[in-house]
Design a protein around this ligand. Structure first.
Ligand SMILES: [Mg+2]
Length: 186
């Protein structure tokens, strides 16, 4: 299977949280994270929504107040990504083609090539966010998918592969799997 072509550690997120609101951003700052990259679809809002919630406005305010540089990094098209990023007032990369490196490189170029260890990526998918972020040497936090319905065909394939990856992690590294509570990931 495809996962054999990649190094195993690239499928290990650094942390798992239910939602983006469960991430302790103050602690990330203390741990020397300076840049936060966020996946859009099903991490911040479901596919079928476009508006940021009050809770999200508050979150982005908090991120800026702490001092992070924040980027939305999405494989989706310009219109949708730009419209969301404008609402919350952050920079963005659209058509990022995660897990490939190009989109991430565009974002870090913007940030004047920081040490990858100072970047934290938060996303809901193993095949794009975890794999892509870990290949870049970022810290990666994986969250639950907000809403499964309305996913495009390639996301469904990606989710199928994700299940395979999770099964493999469970089999080959059960301590990691259960410590990270990955059995709860949806
Ligand atoms: Mg996503």
């Amino acid at each position: 299977m495809v996962e054999l072509f990649f190094r195993k550690k690239h499928f290990y997120p650094n942390d798992y949280k239910k939602t983006v609101f469960d991430v302790d951003f103050h602690q990330l700052w203390e741990n020397n994270i300076r840049i936060v990259m966020l996946d859009l679809d099903n991490t911040l809002i479901p596919y079928d929504e476009t508006e940021a919630t009050e809770e999200l406005f508050t979150l982005f305010e908090q991120l800026k107040q702490i001092g992070f540089r924040v980027y939305i990094i999405s494989n989706n098209k310009k219109g949708r990504v730009k419209a969301f990023a404008k609402q919350v007032g952050v920079r963005y990369v659209y058509s990022a083609r995660k897990p490939f490196r190009l989109g991430f490189r565009m974002a870090i170029k913007h940030a004047e090539y920081p040490d990858p260890a100072t970047v934290c990526l938060i996303g809901d998918q193993f095949m794009t966010d975890v794999l892509g972020g870990r290949r870049m040497g970022f810290r990666v936090i994986v969250v639950d998918t907000l809403k499964r319905s309305g996913e495009k065909w390639f996301t469904k394939i990606s989710k199928y592969l994700e299940r395979r990856i999770l099964q493999r992690l469970k089999r080959t590294d059960p301590d990691f799997y259960y410590n990270m509570k990955l059995d709860e990931k949806r």
